[in-house]
Design a protein around this ligand. Sequence first.
Ligand SMILES: CC(C)(COP(=O)(O)OP(=O)(O)OC[C@H]1O[C@@H](n2cnc3c(N)ncnc32)[C@H](O)[C@@H]1OP(=O)(O)O)[C@@H](O)C(=O)NCCC(=O)NCCS
Length: 219
Amino acid sequence: MQPAAYDLESRHPGWPARLGPLRVAAGDLAIRPIRLRDAGDWSRIRLRDQEHLEPWEPTGPGPWRDRNSFWSWPPQWTALRSLARRGQCLPFTIMVDGEFAGQITIGNVIRASLRSAWVGYWVSSSMVKGGVATGAVALVVDHAFAVAGLHRIEATVRPENAPSIKVLTKAGFRQEGLFRRYLDVAGDWRDHYSYAVTAEETGPGLVARLVATGRAEYR
Ligand SMILES: CC(C)(COP(=O)(O)OP(=O)(O)OC[C@H]1O[C@@H](n2cnc3c(N)ncnc32)[C@H](O)[C@@H]1OP(=O)(O)O)[C@@H](O)C(=O)NCCC(=O)NCCS
């Protein structure tokens, strides 16, 4: 079988990229590649937001304050950038009105006949309930299908995580099943719903749908 055109053009189609801006309730939303100099904002927000984030994120080695210190960002940035340059990941920073507001990542990119990946995200507690995560998911999923050459994006979410389930539903994902004792989160094996969307389900695009339903505006 011939390799697809995007494989010939680039080993990392869709990376690096800047997406948006899109107007959502919280402000002007834009997506850009992660940067080494995100360390200060990233660490300050994540140390403050331990209660907001820890119940939903994979259990990591050592205490939260160590895993989210200023100096823990450079090795994470290096590892993510290296995966991005190999076409295995698209790691983005979420910006609102020019301020660091969280992260969104397309990870575990598999190409060939699968062309699949997962999406993961978090938003600063100071920016929640303003459509930021929904807009960010719509922007990166449209990009993953239109530019990065993917066909299917999956997301897993704890049944207790009502805001994240709402994000995925608003963005256009559908629930496919329940993975029992799937992921080690906050110190135990937690059930997760699996959600997914495929390229042919998105019609004019997830962003276009948000705009058509009044949840976002083009800038
Ligand atoms: C989940 C998260 C990303 C949502 O970010 P956000 O920018 O607030 O998301 P949005 O504003 O786009 O949408 C959130 C929706 O959940 C709703 N919501 C918030 N708290 C809720 C609750 N306790 N119960 C039900 N719905 C809730 C909001 O009202 C909003 O819906 P609406 O637009 O219809 O009003 C953010 O809360 C977060 O970072 N949580 C911690 C990390 C996390 O859970 N990551 C995802 C792991 S799967």
